[in-house]
Design a protein. Sequence first.
Length: 582
Amino acid sequence: MGALGTKAQVMKGISRSLLLLGFLLPYFSVLSMSNEEQTIISSIENKIQAGQFNQAEAQLKRCIKANTGSLEANYAYRKLLSKVFLHQQIFDKYLKSCDQALKVARRLDPIYVAEVYANKAYYWHYMMWSDSALVYSNKAMRLFRKHQSSKEKIDVPFVYEVYAITFLYRPIDEPPRAHLDVPIPDFKRTQFQWFDSAIYYQQKFPFKFSSDQAMLYRSYANRWLDLVSGERRNPNSPLQIVAFKRANDLYDKGLACLKPWHRNDCLILSGLKGAIHTYTKKYKEAEDIFAETLGRFSKKELMDRSKVAFQPLIVLQTFRVRNSLFLPYNRKKTDELISQMRMLRGDFWRSFDAGSDYPYDPYKTSPYSNLFNLLTKKSMHEQHGETFFSEAVSQLLTLKSYFHYLKNWKDRAFKSLPFYDLKRIQHRLKKDECFLLMQIDNELLDEKKIMITKSSVKFVNSSIRGLLNERLIDTLSFRAFERKSYADYQQNFESVLRAFPNVKKVYINYDDKNAYELMVQDTLGTSYANANYVGKSINFVRVYDAVDYFSTEKSLNLSQMDVRFLKQKGQSHLNFMQDFFK
């Protein structure tokens, strides 16, 4: 009886094992990729390599929508789709595709999750969110090292590349092993080690996409340029010479990796390479690089957003415009650039998303900033220069006002391209009033203000340095405040008074860094209201939005709200209002 019972238990165990095996066999078949799926994925990879992004995207979306086949194939479809969006620089779709790939990867193998984390780190690095890039890069490398026995399934060099890129944000615990011929900080040496490791792994396991390899060289070159970002005062230092040479060589290697259809990466790498030549005062060589790069593509291609993304194009054009400021004036080339910038204004507003950060500052690389530079230079070399300069300032006013307006009103869409003519400001100004426009990050506005009066618009030389700041105001005595304010006033407004001696009222745009509201005589009623240091009867008014302030139409009915009638529960009015309305 015991033997029979034991035999029955053994047979029962075998049958359970067979049943479990029969249940798992189809599961394993669902996990692994079939030959047919491998053929489909290879064909899609070939399309991506051939630059046929629209066809590859359509085929991948059909495969994903079908939701059939193995998990490994479904992961590959989503991974390739994210590559397509990255090539096209459609960043929101790239991140969404990474998130979809992560859901499938978690059902497969941790090594795939490591690869997706690397993709997400790459995205956040590209968007210049260092904290998020570092978090995902650490996760990717931690998982990769734990499960590297399966590393043949993923793009190993890409994981190392991302780890190398994000080393810029990483605290260093180990001594550097790299020995370079220039004195650089230890954390940079360690970072360069990881770039060298990424290049080593790229050679051992060649990248499937040559644009990824180009991106590696580009990132490595950018890190060399980071070394000399504060070296403007010493352009001929040994470190700067070596850094520029290394960066230039790495950009060349990146460009050599690219196929003809990698237009976006080509524009970015060429723009950065040309910018190095501008910085080292090789203006003619830089112009040759820009012209040769743009000459590879037809005008139709450059304006086709399915082939060339707006951001890479405007970045290269911005580098070219800045370089043109140092070249002898060429009317034909200047007019050509002005025409191109006018065409790109629509793309600027379509690409602007107040809720997102871009890899490049859209304010500095805006077509409107470029138009200001080009039209200002044109005004210096041609007749009727004030007309061109008036238009240049109008372009700058348009950018400053509407750019900040959209940051507050994110859902606003323009029926037509916005344009604010400064004549509307001049129409509102009186004979003894002026409007001061200041901006820091601009070559032509360095050490200058733009002064707009009722009859003219021109540059005014000024240091634009502020001695006052809001942190000091509460701790200063009246005498100290008066002394600092007078020095502030001398530095920033004596040049204005020399150009416009009868000024009684000065409107200051919102970019100023000084506490000018404490310098006014009759608008805020502070305890310093009657001080004589403000230039006798001059009244200073800060304007945050020129379009709204100088518009003849009032967008808000002021009678809708009166702060004097705000009440706190149980009291007749708000306490702080007592002093304000004494």
